[in-house]
Design a protein around this ligand. Sequence first.
Ligand SMILES: Nc1ncnc2c1ncn2[C@@H]1O[C@H](COP(=O)(O)OP(=O)(O)OP(=O)(O)O)[C@@H](O)[C@H]1O
Ligand SMILES: [Mg+2]
Length: 240
Amino acid sequence: MTTGAMADAGGIISTGSSEIDKKLGGGIPVGSLVLLEGQSDSGKSVVSQHFTHGSLNTRMSAAYYTTENTVKSLMTQMASLNLDVTDYFLCDRLRVYPLEMSSTKENDTKEAFRVLLDHFDSLPVRFKLTIVDSLTGLVSHSDDRAIIDFFASCKQLCDRGRTIIAVVHSYAFDDRMLIRIRSLCDAHLVLKVDQVGERLIKIMEVAKVRNADQSTGNIISFDVEPGMGMKIIPISKAKA
Ligand SMILES: Nc1ncnc2c1ncn2[C@@H]1O[C@H](COP(=O)(O)OP(=O)(O)OP(=O)(O)O)[C@@H](O)[C@H]1O
Ligand SMILES: [Mg+2]
């Protein structure tokens, strides 16, 4: 499929910031399977919440599966980043599904993955964006085969018009698995925390975006500010 056909088919998932979208090659094309990977506290949830807000603001509906929040704590968290989505939640444009993973045992992960996939598939077509924050618990209890099958099935859903953002902690995959999962994904965003002088900043590396308008490999350095959300730090300033 060409870039043009992809864009015509369903547009892009925006972060809500044109500056950040530009670094993503224009935004994540609808129909992408996205791996959003990073260490603890690197901003995975904040970035996911920006994508959620961005897609809701461009008339899509979004489903947010979370192992980290309740509905209430997610609403509060997003409002504190100037990403208030309460109205979207109330009119069923946003659905939030808290996930309980703690009881997942080794042999149950296949079943858990299947339940999750069936649930994704059962969402009305208007739910263009699906986010799972995070898959770390499930992935760390699974064998490689089950994980690869899950991502391959996600890819099939994406080929039928969904956009899925799979959030994982970097430690969940070893190098070999990361290469295999990455090749199944259309986009791969890597988040890190870096010390610049006295200051800790967050870095997002756009490792891959298939069908993006521009070349990738971009680096975005940012901070998370109360009442504002992600704020880009110009590299020169970050180094100063
Ligand atoms: N409402 C907020 N106001 C200010 N800072 C915030 C707010 N929400 C999150 N942050 C900061 O943003 C940073 C990234 O948080 P985030 O929860 O996105 O990380 P994460 O990668 O999802 O971490 P984890 O691996 O624990 O899930 C943290 O340092 C956090 O303190
Ligand atoms: Mg998180």
